[in-house]
Ligand binder design. Structure first.
Ligand code: ADP
Ligand code: MG
Length: 236
């Protein structure tokens, strides 16, 4: 069964794109037909991280009705299929977020997993990915503002008819992970799906335009992502 997961947060910079790119690559590495769509159409980063910044057709053109979906699909690491977004302001203005639902309906016919990298915030382009996914995964940092914004995003997801599967706590100091996990479940009221430690290899991998699960597969963050992917495959 196809599973569409939107990777969201509320607050910016919590690690949504890092999780989306690496979880997608890991699922592909584990033999699953996986697509990753960069629905952060205002601040697109997936293409940058994967070296697809010069992609001639992006989600911008697809959402503007200028190109069809097939023209905006690129093959990434481990065979991950990537639909990057564009970086131009004009492209953003012309893209219609409501069309994300149509793109999604087409993609789910072709894959086992579709990950949607969502923007921060609660504007329209941020809300549509919360509503259309089978499940929303909240990427949250262990700090108050991130937790408050994640809670708001959880409530918003439910208001628009979506469902939150759980949270991934990112950038955790390993020694404190048990306490943080218990607290997070209590405050957010959803299961903690995984804990990703603070790991300097994340930045190195991004600079090298390669997912950490490919360039540093034995790093602590890669191992954490492997566990999360294995759990998702188990429940899909
Ligand atoms: P978002 O998509 O939520 O805005 P990003 O995935 O772009 O967040 O991550 C924001 C920054 O945090 C990036 O510079 C990224 O390299 C860094 N980062 C993310 N996760 C980790 C981690 N586990 N350890 C260290 N740095 C991280
Ligand atoms: Mg991002």
């Amino acid at each position: 069964m196809v599973k569409v997961y939107t990777i969201a947060s509320g607050k910016g910079g919590t690690g949504k794109t890092t999780v989306s790119v690496n979880l997608g690559t890991m699922l592909a590495k584990m033999g699953k037909e996986t697509y990753l769509m960069d629905a952060d159409i205002g601040m697109a980063n997936v293409g940058l991280i994967l070296g697809l910044q010069d992609a001639p057709v992006t989600l911008h053109e697809i959402l503007a009705g200028k190109n069809n979906i097939d023209e905006g699909i690129y093959t990434g690491p481990a065979g991950l299929k990537v639909i990057p977004s564009g970086i131009s302001l004009q492209g953003f203005q012309q893209a219609d977020p409501d069309k994300i639902r149509d793109v999604m309906s087409e993609i789910v016919k072709r894959c086992e997993f579709l990950l949607i990298d969502a923007p921060a915030g609660i504007s329209k382009d941020g809300v549509v990915p919360l509503a259309v996914a089978d499940e929303v995964i909240l990427v949250v940092n262990p700090e108050l503002s991130s937790i408050v914004d994640a809670l708001k995003t959880k409530i918003l997801t439910e208001v628009v008819g979506g469902h939150v599967l759980g949270s991934i706590i990112n950038r955790v100091d390993q020694d404190k992970s048990d306490v943080i996990s218990r607290k997070m479940e209590k405050v957010l009221g959803v299961k903690v799906l995984g804990i990703i430690p603070e790991d300097s290899n994340v930045r190195r991998a991004a600079a090298a335009r390669s997912p950490i699960v490919v360039s540093y597969p034995d790093s602590p963050a890669s191992k954490a992502i492997h566990r999360i992917a294995a759990d998702l495959i188990g429940v899909s």
